[in-house]
Design a protein around this ligand. Structure first.
Ligand code: TPP
Length: 546
């Protein structure tokens, strides 16, 4: 069947199970937009390409297909860069389609011309340019495959506008499942001995692609084998927080007990992640601890320090081949795991922060009590997120989206995307006032799509995280960190959403219940104390985050 290259791209996305694309339109890729006109794919029109990219990132993290974003030439591609950088650092599957100037104009400094490869090659898995209409289907299929395989990440596909309208009779490629590798028996037997001989082993879980089965199986194994489970920074949903082996997260805002335990461990097993900058306290902790890394990423991108065995398979595949708990328990008592669990339970029990305005420890205690246990939480970056990290629990994979690279502006678009793909499920964005207004406009998309995220905006009137750094390094000289805010509740009401401005702790619980009862998009604007830098700040001075 003959069709244009632009239409073949859409047909290939359909064949590969893509349900929605996130797009800001451009005249450079009109033929793809035309193909989407008759397609069952939902074209989610966003208000900024950064929003489209972050929505695609959320889709990639929460589903089994890469998230898809579509943007136009130089200006659109520039706006989308933050999401590409985040998907690259966070190892999340994403395909970015970029409309380009016609092939015939290339190299002439044409309107909005830029170097696709020059911009994206250092922060993506590959940059493809579709210079031959007969390759349209193949290039899309290859991009989808590459984004999900090995270490997941972003793939960029450039679409010259004249190539898109050319006709081709190339077929729609048939999707092929990714090959799955099983762990080899020699590695498994070495790992079995390492765990059996260890007094204080710890497993660190992270990355994308977990499922409920593997999460439960790992939790049961860890409890029976007496091995505490840590989570990587902003990857807290891989295991159930009620699991008796769960000991908290590593990275910014972690508890002191987790930091101490990381240093005490005599064997570290990383599942789906590795010993990165954030996880190792800036390359200072546990760098020489005996280490097993389980990830399909052959290059071990980002891993630092000692490595004893690398098993090149996915966590799911490894967990399906776990040795029996009896064979790895050795002479280990349960005390190591139990101590870490007790410390973690105490860490997540909210105290009170004090100060003026809403007490966030109390507000997050309410959120934890009132929200459904399967709610999806999205985070922006900054101190405001730390209360959620500490006080909101997760009970299975696919319940958290946050920027592991600390990119601000992700909370709102990620919540909108999560709510679109999970109708009927509670989705809550947690963000500071700085973070919120970086992509607040994407709430308009929730109204357009009939989605119903709830946004919690923590308004301390400053870029607080940076204030905290300034207080440490330049005391008494605040600079470049103040903000003036509107009443955000009035702002969402302009869309006919539900908004409330809350400046007293006792008003939060009834406001939250009203927001949930409203059923559509809602926003709670919490006025908080600019002097409070994080939960329990006085006792946890390490809670300076990115
Ligand atoms: C896109 C982006 N720009 C700047 C930063 C640097 N940065 C990290 S946290 C932060 C302040 C966040 O402020 P806010 O969202 O108000 O939260 P708060 O820290 O006050 O709780 C800034 C500017 C960043 N991480 N990402």
């Amino acid at each position: 069947m003959t069709m244009s290259a632009g239409h073949l791209i859409v047909k290939t996305l359909e064949a590969h199970g893509v349900e929605r694309v996130f797009a800001v339109p451009g005249e450079s890729y009109l033929d793809v937009l035309d193909g989407l006109h008759d397609s069952p794919i939902n074209t989610v029109v966003t208000r900024h390409e950064g929003g489209a990219g972050f929505m695609a990132l959320a889709e990639g993290r929460l589903s089994s297909t890469p998230g898809i974003a579509m943007v136009t030439r130089g200006p659109g591609a520039a706006n989308a860069m933050i999401a590409v950088h985040t998907a690259w650092q966070d190892a999340t599957a994403l395909v970015l389609f970029v409309g380009l100037i016609p092939l015939s104009d290339r190299g002439r400094g044409a309107f909005q011309e830029f170097s696709l490869d020059g911009w994206f090659s250092t922060t993506s898995k590959a940059v493809y340019q579709l210079d031959d209409e007969n390759q349209a289907g193949q290039v899309v299929a290859r991009a989808l495959r590459l984004a999900s395989s090995g270490r997941p990440g972003p793939v960029i596909v450039g679409l010259p506008e004249d190539v898109l309208v050319r006709l081709t009779s190339s077929p729609v490629p048939t999707p092929q499942p990714l090959p799955t590798a099983a762990p080899d028996s020699e590695s498994l037997s070495i790992i079995t001995s390492l765990i059996a001989d260890a007094d204080r082993p710890a497993i660190v879980v992270g990355g994308d692609g977990w499922d409920a089965n593997s999460s439960t199986t790992l939790g049961e194994f860890a409890v029976a084998a007496r091995i505490p489970l840590f989570a990587d920074w902003r990857a807290y949903d891989a295991v159930d927080h009620d699991c008796e082996a769960y000991a908290g997260w590593l990275g910014y805002g972690r508890s002191d007990h987790a930091a101490v335990a990381l240093g005490e461990a005599d064997l570290l097993i990383f599942l789906g992640c590795s010993r990165t900058d954030v996880l190792s306290e800036g390359y200072t902790s546990a760098m020489n601890t005996p280490t097993v890394v389980v990830t399909p990423d052959a290059s071990l991108e980002g891993h630092a320090g000692r490595l004893d065995i690398h098993v090149g398979v996915s966590p799911i595949s490894f967990i399906s081949a776990l040795p029996s708990a009896d064979s790895v328990r050795g002479k280990r008592e349960a005390t190591w795991m139990q101590r870490l669990r007790t410390e973690q339970v105490a860490f997540t029990r909210p105290g009170r922060d004090g100060g003026v305005g809403v007490d966030l420890a109390a507000a997050f205690e309410t959120l934890e009590e009132v929200l459904d246990s399967n709610r999806i939480i999205s985070y922006g970056a900054g101190n405001a997120t730390l209360w959620g990290h500490r006080y909101l629990s997760h009970h299975g994979p696919g319940t958290l989206v946050g920027p592991r690279n600390g990119a601000m502006g992700l909370a709102v678009p990620a919540a909108v995307a999560a709510s679109i793909s999970n109708p009927g499920r509670q989705v809550v964005a947690i963000c500071g006032d700085g973070d919120f207004f970086m992509n607040a406009q994407e709430l308009a998309v929730a109204f357009a799509q009939g989605a119903s995220p709830i946004v919690i905006v923590v308004d301390n009137g400053v870029y607080g995280t940076i204030v905290q750094h300034q207080k440490l390094h330049y005391p008494g000289r605040p600079s470049g960190t103040g903000m003036v805010n509107p009443n955000f509740a009035r702002w969402i009401e302009a869309f006919s959403g539900h908004g409330e401005y809350v400046d007293q702790t006792e008003d939060f619980a009834p406001a939250l219940r009203r927001a949930l009862a409203h059923g559509g998009p809602a926003l709670l604007h919490l006025k908080t104390d600019p002097e409070t830098m994080g939960p329990g700040t006085a006792a946890h001075s390490q809670e300076v985050s990115a």
